[in-house]
Design a protein around this ligand. Structure first.
Ligand code: SF4
Length: 266
């Protein structure tokens, strides 16, 4: 079987414990306004134009985004870093896009890594059919699970989908005893007002003592914005500033005051 991957990051240290190899899979059913991996949204191989510069000269180069790999090829790539992975208590992470979109390939790949004794992480928006979640669950050691907003209408406006399915899957994963790190992207004008921060804090604090390992607060950043034009997508966060370090620390302290194990960044 083959899966479509748009990036492979070696020596990743923000995608789960230890040093990891992260595979970024194509396809996502959401369209978050702030997405910094817009090349992961389409589930197909894309042809885009890239502008390269040498000195003061510019060259336009055609670039293919997305390449098919077999699960055995991914294993070979990860094996090159096994010394670091083993020494650091790391493993592999499947991210995206939304890795659950390619659920058949994902489950085959997870099985292969598991058989090799390699720790597996799935970084997900949580938006998938229950049957897909149940297929992936036993093959995943840890989920990085995004909670973006608790109001279904606001969630739909800014991501394209309601949060009903996501919250139901989140509850299900915890009830099945899986380890979870919650990821909350802190997006100015979307979820950083007092009312929503209170709601998010109460939501995560209510499940402390279960298998939630930690909450990661991910500050909005504009790093991906330059890619939007290349992919002919509209960037709708044009006038939004990145939260300051001081603001991030305030929010972190706010969560921590309720006993939440919280960290800034992944
Ligand atoms: S869920 Fe993640 S990959 Fe998908 S659009 Fe949102 S930020 Fe981008």
């Amino acid at each position: 079987m083959k899966g479509l991957i748009f990036n492979i990051k070696r020596y990743a240290i923000h995608d789960g414990p230890g040093i990891r190899v992260t595979f970024f899979m194509k396809g996502c059913p959401l369209g978050c306004w702030w997405c910094h991996n817009p090349e992961g949204i389409s589930k197909d191989v894309q042809e885009v134009e890239r502008v390269d510069r040498i000195g003061d000269k510019e060259f336009t180069v055609n670039e293919k985004v997305g390449k098919y790999y077999t699960e055995a090829e991914l294993l070979d790539i990860a094996k090159k870093d096994m010394v670091f992975i083993e020494e650091s208590g790391g493993g592999v992470t499947f991210s995206g896009g939304e890795p659950l979109v390619q659920d058949d390939f994902l489950s085959e790949a997870l099985k292969l890594f598991r058989n090799e004794g390699i720790h597996t992480v799935v970084d997900t928006s949580g938006y998938a059919r229950r049957s897909v979640i149940d297929k992936i669950l036993p093959l995943t050691d840890l989920f990085l699970f995004d909670i973006k907003h608790l109001d279904p209408a606001k969630h739909k406006k800014f991501t394209g989908v309601s949060n009903d399915l996501i919250l139901a899957n989140y509850k299900h994963i915890l009830e099945k005893g899986k380890k979870v790190i919650i990821r909350i992207p802190l997006i100015p004008g979307f979820n950083d007002d007092e009312g929503q921060l209170n709601a998010l804090r109460d939501f995560v604090a209510g499940r402390q003592g279960t298998n939630i390992e930690r909450v990661d607060l991910l500050p909005y950043h504009r790093i991906g914005s330059s890619k939007y034009r290349k992919f002919k997508l509209e960037y709708r966060m044009q006038n939004i500033e990145q939260p300051s370090a001081r603001r991030m620390n305030e929010v972190k302290d706010f969560f921590a005051a309720s006993g939440v194990n919280v960290k800034i960044g992944g």
